[in-house]
Design a protein around this ligand. Structure first.
Ligand code: EPZ
Length: 429
């Protein structure tokens, strides 16, 4: 397995191009199952999760063609995917594939809506908590699906098609909202989703579905109304920039000090996180090119932050903020309300000299004067990148193991950081 070696202590200066959003790309690729026509997605990031989902869709008979690089394109430009689900040859998503990526469970919605049946493996537990699918199943049942659990598989049937209905989520769920929107798009009649997730990726997928002929109103708010249509067609859609990648590099610059433009980044996608950085004393300036992040030699003020569904502070930036606050001038508090066990990074940050105490869902971080490099590893994507952020400011060398996790969600992380002056390199196995 590859490793990443980082020698800490260098400031970051220059610019970093922000890629297309992983968490918009995955449901957009899945939405291709709703039509026999071709869906063209631009600005798709080169990530291990995108490759894996391509394989999962391939298993259902979906054809994915990756457009070639055009003259003048830099290697950072996103790729263009031509996805065609003209012939669905299999409505089963097997355990071996679904267990490797939770979002692949969402194929249940378009398969059921278009084919009248789907058999999808339960995703199972993962490193950041139990993450059940009960609300996704509830949503499909509200649209008239008959659901049974058989041998670890969720079997969903709607022989005479899905029917519009009312779905009220007792808890905000991104996957539940994606699933409900996709299924309702091809249902007969009107669906109302209450307490819907408002994440920008939900709106991005709804925008694309509307281009495909769906009738979705209110995406991006907590009440979404969908008028079902008989069929959807092809479309061309550009994926929004990745707000979590943006926030991650913003925190890296805040950590090391320096001055970096995050190209293509859109501040409105992560205002809550930018506000936290501003409170910590970081300079944040929206520009025509993206967002400029700067910090001079002054220290970081500690913060008190609670993760919330959008537009609140995202759980996917919690680990990175914690890494940053290990160097705060005083005591910070971070409360994780979305996932019950998303603190895998705490023990590893401690190996670098961080002082963090956990009590239930609340972490207390006591800023230290210095961190020291060490070998570390983490078992999920955002935890891994928090170690990279800490390592950039640690004295000496840090070796981040299991880089596989980083490759799931960060395109060429080491190139982007090295381009701004970080001493970082990948050591291939
Ligand atoms: C999405 O996961 C993201 N994944 C996650 O990003 C992100 O952390 C999460 O939303 C929250 O923002 C993708 O978009 C591919 P949820 P999702 O359903 O949809 C509970 C990353 O690092 N819940 O909004 O799976 C659940 O346990 C990842 O990129 C139920 O109880 O998250 C959690 O506590 C990781 N029953 C809460 O809701 C259900 O049926 C929110 O989960 C579904 C969810």
């Amino acid at each position: 397995m590859d490793r990443i070696r980082i020698a800490g202590g260098r400031r970051l200066n220059g610019s970093i191009p922000i890629s297309g959003a992983k968490n918009a790309t995955l449901p957009l690729m899945i939405a291709s199952l709703l039509t026999e026509e071709t869906l063209v997605l631009e600005n798709v990031p080169r990530l291990a999760d995108v490759g894996l989902l391509q394989r999962i869709l391939g298993n259902h008979g979906v054809d994915v063609m990756i457009g070639g690089k055009r003259p003048g394109e830099t290697s950072y430009d996103g790729q263009t995917l031509h996805i065609c689900a003209a012939n669905i040859i299999d409505t089963t998503a097997p355990y071996e594939l679904v267990s490797r990526m939770r979002a692949s469970f969402w194929v249940i919605a378009p398969l059921l809506a278009r084919m009248g049946e789907a058999r999808v493996s339960m995703p199972g537990g993962c490193a950041i908590g139990t993450r059940p699918v009960d609300l996704l199943i509830m949503a499909l049942e509200r649209l008239g699906a008959a659901i049974e659990i058989d041998g670890g598989y969720v079997v969903a049937r709607a022989g005479r098609g899905l029917k519009g209905g009312e779905i009220k989520f007792p808890k905000v769920t991104v996957g539940g909202t994606h699933t409900a929107i996709m299924a309702a798009s091809l249902a007969n009649g009107t669906t109302v989703i209450e307490n819907a997730a408002r994440e920008p990726e939900i709106k991005d997928v709804a925008d694309c579905l509307n281009k495909m002929g769906a009738k979705i109103a209110g995406a991006g708010t907590s009440r979404i109304v969908i008028e079902g249509v008989a069929r959807l067609g092809g479309a061309r859609h550009r994926v929004i920039p990745d707000r979590i990648e943006t926030g991650t590099y913003a925190m890296a610059v805040a950590m090391t000090g320096g001055d970096v433009v995050l190209e293509n980044a859109q501040p409105e996608l992560l205002q809550a996180a930018l506000d936290v950085l501003i409170r910590a004393g970081v300079e944040v300036t929206p520009t025509n090119a993206g967002i400029r992040i700067a910090r001079d030699g002054s220290g970081l003020a500690p913060v008190d932050v609670t993760t919330q569904p959008f537009p609140g502070f995202p759980t996917d930036l919690q680990a990175q903020l914690m890494a940053l606050m290990t160097r705060g001038r005083g005591i910070s508090h971070i409360t994780e309300t979305i996932f019950e066990n998303r603190f895998m990074h705490v023990q590893e940050l401690a190996r670098l000299g961080a002082r963090i105490a956990l009590s239930g869902e609340r972490a207390t971080i006591e800023g230290v004067d210095r961190l020291k490099g060490a070998p570390v590893m983490a078992t999920d994507l955002r935890a891994s990148v928090s170690l990279v952020i800490a390592a950039l400011a640690a004295e000496g060398e840090t070796m981040v193991n299991r880089v596989y996790h980083l490759d799931r969600g960060f395109e060429r992380l080491e190139d982007k950081l090295a381009g701004c002056g970080a001493a970082i390199e990948r050591i291939s196995a």
